[in-house]
Design a protein around this ligand. Structure first.
Ligand SMILES: CC(C)(COP(=O)(O)OP(=O)(O)OC[C@H]1O[C@@H](n2cnc3c(N)ncnc32)[C@H](O)[C@@H]1OP(=O)(O)O)[C@@H](O)C(=O)NCCC(=O)NCCS
Length: 196
């Protein structure tokens, strides 16, 4: 479990990595804003987690727990200082979610989804990832952001490429969505790398 030193506002992870835990307001871009989740987001997040298409892209099954059980899980996760969750907003409405997690080796892992299918392909995730990279490198002072996606997820690969990520490996993943094996691609973006 992480130890939180409230005095100097530095969150100390057990393995020795230290990340600054500045009180996060919002990351403001041109089309999207990334802000901390609130209790009023529970229902829309639940609807995304029950969406079979979104689950398939993540190699998971849609969740089957009740809304009240999901609420408990979400509120606990959103308070967990070792995971940073952001609601992506466009035109004042929640349209997706981004998560920074697995903080180690001078970096973290990034996950992202745009919930409504008709809002994909409009550049929202590209801009959200750009904001998150600036936050990880400039505010948290970390050196690398890692990500992965299925080899047939062309949109996510474009989002990585447009933000200067490089493919650093691949692997095989058993999807819990359909119990089939898929190729997974691993990406990394280092602070010193440039966007294309
Ligand atoms: C993957 C995802 C996060 C990307 O977000 P997005 O807002 O749709 O992405 P953007 O619009 O910023 O960029 C998408 C890029 O893919 C391209 N694209 C759009 N639809 C595409 C399609 N069907 N096939 C291939 N490329 C496509 C777009 O043209 C754009 O590239 P360009 O700027 O070079 O033209 C979003 O589509 C999503 O949530 N998908 C479902 C869940 C998911 O896959 N999550 C990631 C799991 S690792």
């Amino acid at each position: 479990m992480p130890l939180v030193d409230g005095g100097c506002n530095i969150l100390v992870l057990k393995r020795g990595a230290a990340i600054h835990a500045e009180e996060l307001e919002a990351l403001q871009g041109e089309s999207v804003t990334l802000r901390p989740p609130q209790e009023s987001d529970v229902e829309v997040v639940y609807s995304w987690d029950r969406d079979p298409e979104l689950a398939a892209w993540n190699g998971r099954s849609p969740i089957s727990i009740s809304l009240s059980a999901a609420r408990r899980d979400y509120l606990a996760r959103w308070e967990d200082p070792t995971v940073k969750t952001f609601i992506i907003e466009a035109s004042g409405e929640p349209i997706g979610m981004a998560t920074l997690y697995d903080f180690r080796r001078d970096g973290c892992e990034l996950g992202i989804k745009i919930g409504p299918g008709n809002l994909r392909g409009r550049g929202y995730a590209t801009e959200a990832v750009t904001l998150l990279l600036d936050y990880v490198f400039d505010t948290l002072g970390l050196g690398v952001v890692r990500g992965s996606t299925l080899a047939h997820n062309d949109r996510m690969q474009r989002v990585f490429e447009k933000n200067g990520f490089k493919q650093v490996g691949d692997g095989s993943i058993l999807s819990r969505y359909d119990n089939r094996r898929y190729t997974e691609l691993f990406y990394e973006r280092r602070r010193e790398d440039q966007r294309p």
